[in-house]
Design a protein around this ligand. Structure first.
Ligand SMILES: [Zn+2]
Ligand SMILES: [Zn+2]
Length: 246
């Protein structure tokens, strides 16, 4: 074998080995926030102490139904006017700073392993509240999004959450239509726009259950509310929503 050919093969092997290591330990050794190398005691958390400090944990007074920040009373302005179809929404973080980076790394940069870390934080938070569920399900993505992204990010989070919590994960909903891009719509129009977008996929596993519906971020809560309405129509006893950020 000529030297040139050999060095090419060595280069190839080195590269595949690095790719392999990247796939095996994608984030085990560096901080997901700042990229700094992590000591082994922090591998499971995947964040250095400074970045952990900077996580935007939800603090202050929150709406007792949707978890939005409020100043007075127990309900936010929207929930006082009209309650959503879900019973209660939980999220460990505000959608800003490092929490926003986690979501974008997963959704826009295709870093699928982030789902596991997000699920870990969601699980720690949810279990600290003493909240329970019979079954976990995820808000289904649109076919268009799935095609573009190549994976279903909410299903990944829900499956990882199920692994940690021991609560079974089931596909209970399917998306039947995607009306229009919601970003241009105001608060109440978003609720109308998602109406009819979901159908029940597993009636037997939804009936009489307390369901934990998982999504990455809750903004207006219109999608979560519509999913909850479909699950309740199928006989679900309670529907709680858990997102990574709010
Ligand atoms: Zn860091
Ligand atoms: Zn509210």
């Amino acid at each position: 074998m000529g030297d040139g050919k050999k060095s090419k093969i060595v280069e190839f092997l080195k590269k595949s080995c690095l790719n392999f290591l990247d796939a095996m330990f994608p984030a085990g050794y560096t901080c997901l926030g700042c990229g700094k190398e992590l000591p082994s005691r922090l591998h499971a958390r995947a964040l250095c102490d400074e970045c952990t400090e900077s996580l935007p944990f939800k603090t202050g007074k929150l709406c007792s139904v949707c978890g939005a920040g409020i100043y007075v009373g127990t309900l936010c302005r929207h929930c006082s006017y009209s309650l959503p179809e879900y019973d209660k929404a939980f999220a460990p973080f505000f959608y800003e700073g490092l929490a926003r980076k986690f979501v974008l790394d997963l959704k826009s940069r295709g870093r699928e392993y982030i789902a596991g870390y997000m699920a870990e934080y969601m699980y720690l938070y949810y279990s600290s509240l003493g909240a329970e569920a019979d079954v976990i399900t995820a808000v289904p993505s649109t076919g268009k999004t799935l095609k573009r992204r190549g994976f279903d990010h909410t299903a990944l989070i829900a499956a990882a959450f199920s692994e940690r919590s021991g609560i079974p994960y089931a596909v209970l909903l399917e998306r039947v239509a995607h009306r229009k891009d919601q970003t241009e719509l105001n608060y109440y129009d978003r609720f109308a726009a998602v109406r009819g977008s979901f159908e029940i996929a597993d009636l037997a596993r939804a009936a009489n259950k307390t369901i934990l519906l998982i999504d990455d971020v809750l903004t207006t809560g219109a999608t979560a509310s519509e999913c909850a309405a479909v699950l309740k129509a199928a006989g679900a006893k309670r529907v709680n929503v858990l997102t990574f950020a709010r």
